[in-house]
Design a protein around this ligand. Structure first.
Ligand code: FAD
Length: 458
C-alpha cells in the first residue's frame, strides 16, 4: 500500500463524520526520556510496502479471532480452569456518538447539603427513605436499576453505553427501567432518560465526588430503598469496580462483571483471557451486573426531570485526601474517535506519534512496553492492564500487537498498523497495514493530513 492510499483511508474515515473533541487545556510537558530497548529483528524497506489488502487483512483477522474466540457455555466453563484475575481490569470506553447529543437540562436536580469536609457530622444511614421505599420484597421487584457515577453536566460515553445495556436488560425482562445518577454534581441526570425509562433519580452529595467506594455503596443502598430492583446495573468504572461487588455481597446475590452483550434477561457474555475467550454467563435470582462500555453503543438520551433521593453520607473507614490529574490538550483516550498509539519501536521518541495524533486531533496511546520504559505516562497504556478503547480509527505504530495490547483495542472500527516487520502480529488484526519505518511515515502522514485540510474542525 502506498502512503496516498493510507491518506485516502484517513480522509474517508474523517469525512464519514468523526466528531473529534479537543479539550481546551494546556498541553503537558511530557518529554519522554529515550531509553533504548532490545528491538526484534526487522527488515526495513525503503518504500512502504503493501502487506495485505483490506480483504486479506480482514480474513487473517477473522481466522485469528475464530481460532481464539470460542463462545463458552456455562457447562463448558465448568470443564475449563478458571483464568487468572490478571485479566481485563481496565477502564472502558467507546467512541462518542455524534447523534447521541442529549437535550439541555430541563430541571436541575437539587443537592442535599452535607458538609463534605466533616464526615463525622453525618451518620451512616442505609435504611430505606420513608415515603419512598418500595422495597418490601427482599428479593427485589420487577425492575432494573441503572446506577451511573456522574460528574458534571455531560453524561460520559461509558455512562451512556451502560444505559444501553440496562435498557436491553429491562426490555429482555419486560421490566421497568429506573436510572439513578450518583455524584457530587449530578446535573447530567437531567439528560439521563432513554426510551422506555420509568423514572430518573439522582443522589447528590459532595462525598460522591471523592471516589470512595463506601460512599457510593451507601448511596446505591439508598437508591435501592426507593426502587425495588432485581437487577442492578452499573458501569465498570473505577467507582463501579469499587462499590458494585460490595453491593452484590450486601444483597447476597450474584454478580456478572464487565458484560459485553445481553443475550437474554439473565444471560450475558464477558471476555476471558484478555479477550481470547468469550464466556456466556447466566445469573439466577437477583443480580448485580457491571458493563464494559466498549461492548455497547452509547444510548441516545433524552431530557429528564430527575427526582432527588435524600441521602446522608456515612462515616467511611477510608477518606479522600487529594488527587493529581493529568492535563492534556488532546482528547481523552477513553472517549476519542481517533487514537494513535506508539510502542517500543519508537525507541522512546514519541515525537512522530504526537505529530500524527495532533494532525488528526487524536488521542495518544501506547503499549505497556513504552509506558513501563517511562517514555510516556502510564495512563496512556492501552490493553488488558491499561485502557480498553474502541475508537473509529486506531493507528498502531511501532508496536508488535501482543495479545494483551490487542485486548484493549480490537473493538476499534478501523485499525491501521505501521510496522517495519511484515510478520508483526498486529497485521493479523489490522484492516490496513503499512510495512514502513514509523519515523518516516508518521511525519509524512501528518503533513499530508494537514495539506489536505483533514484537520478536524471540532
Ligand atoms: C499480564 C500482562 C499484561 C499485559 N498488559 C499489557 C497491556 O495492557 N498493554 C500492552 O500493550 N501490553 C501489555 N503486556 C505486555 C505485552 O505482552 C507486550 O510485551 C507489549 O505489548 C509489547 O510492546 P510493544 O509492542 O511496544 O513492543 P515489542 O513487542 O517489542 O514490539 C515493537 C515493534 O516495533 C516494531 N518496530 C521497531 N522499530 C520500528 C520502526 N522504526 N518503525 C516501525 N516499527 C518498528 C518492531 O518490528 C516490533 O514489532 C502485558 C503483559 C502481561 C504479561
Amino acid at each position: 500500500m502506498n502512503i496516498g492510499l493510507v491518506i485516502g483511508i484517513v480522509a474517508v474515515v474523517l469525512v464519514l463524520g468523526f466528531v473529534l473533541t479537543r479539550k481546551e487545556q494546556d498541553e503537558p510537558s511530557a518529554a519522554p526520556t529515550p531509553e533504548p530497548q532490545p528491538e526484534p529483528a526487522a527488515t526495513q524497506s525503503e518504500k512502504p510496502t503493501l502487506v495485505m489488502s483490506p480483504d486479506e487483512a480482514q480474513q487473517a483477522a477473522n481466522e485469528s479471532m475464530a481460532s481464539t474466540e470460542p463462545t463458552v457455555t456455562p457447562e463448558e466453563q465448568t470443564e475449563t480452569p478458571a483464568p487468572s484475575e490478571a485479566e481485563a481490569e481496565v477502564e472502558t470506553a467507546a467512541e462518542p456518538d455524534a447523534e447521541a447529543t442529549a437535550e439541555p437540562a430541563a430541571e436541575e436536580p437539587q443537592s442535599v447539603a452535607v458538609d463534605a469536609e466533616d464526615p463525622s457530622e453525618a451518620e451512616t444511614q442505609l435504611a430505606p427513605v420513608e415515603g419512598l421505599n418500595t422495597l418490601d420484597n427482599p428479593e427485589g421487584g420487577n425492575a432494573v436499576l441503572c446506577l451511573l457515577d456522574v460528574n458534571g453536566p455531560d453524561l460520559s460515553v461509558p455512562n451512556r453505553s451502560t444505559l444501553s445495556a440496562a435498557q436491553q436488560i429491562a426490555q429482555a425482562r419486560s421490566a421497568e427501567l429506573h436510572v439513578c445518577c450518583l455524584g457530587a454534581d449530578t446535573s447530567s441526570a437531567s439528560q439521563a432518560a432513554v426510551e422506555g425509562v420509568s423514572a430518573v433519580h439522582s443522589i447528590t452529595h459532595a462525598h460522591l465526588g471523592d471516589g470512595v467506594a463506601e460512599s457510593f455503596f451507601a448511596a446505591a443502598m439508598t437508591a435501592l430503598g426507593s426502587v425495588a430492583a432485581d437487577v442492578i446495573v452499573g458501569p465498570s468504572s473505577s467507582a463501579g469496580k469499587g462499590y458494585l461487588p460490595r453491593l452484590a455481597e450486601q444483597l447476597g446475590c450474584g454478580m456478572v462483571t464487565e458484560i459485553l452483550s445481553v443475550e437474554s434477561g439473565d444471560t450475558f457474555t464477558r471476555a476471558l483471557w484478555a479477550g481470547s475467550v468469550i464466556a456466556t454467563v447466566q445469573g439466577t435470582g437477583r443480580l448485580v451486573v457491571s458493563v464494559r462500555a466498549t461492548g455497547f453503543e452509547p444510548a441516545v438520551t433524552q431530557a429528564a426531570e430527575p427526582q432527588e433521593i435524600p441521602f446522608e453520607a456515612p462515616v467511611t473507614k477510608t477518606r479522600f485526601v487529594g488527587r493529581e490529574t493529568t492535563e492534556s490538550a488532546r482528547p481523552d483516550l477513553s472517549e476519542a474517535s481517533v487514537v494513535v498509539s506508539g510502542g517500543r519501536g519508537t525507541k522512546g521518541d514519541f515525537a512522530p506519534i504526537e505529530q500524527l495524533a495532533d494532525a488528526l486531533g487524536a488521542a495518544m496511546g501506547a503499549s505497556r512496553a513504552a509506558c513501563d520504559a517511562g517514555w510516556v505516562p502510564n495512563d496512556l497504556q492501552v490493553g488488558q492492564t491499561g485502557k480498553v478503547v474502541a475508537p473509529s480509527l486506531y493507528i498502531a505504530a511501532g508496536l508488535s500487537g501482543a495479545i494483551q495490547h490487542i485486548a484493549g483495542m480490537k473493538g476499534s472500527k478501523t485499525i491501521v498498523a505501521i510496522n517495519k516487520d511484515e510478520e508483526a502480529p498486529i497485521f493479523g488484526v489490522a484492516d490496513y497495514g503499512l510495512v514502513a519505518d514509523l519515523f518516516e511515515v508518521c511525519p509524512e502522514l501528518a503533513d499530508k493530513v494537514g495539506e489536505q485540510g483533514l484537520k478536524p474542525t471540532a
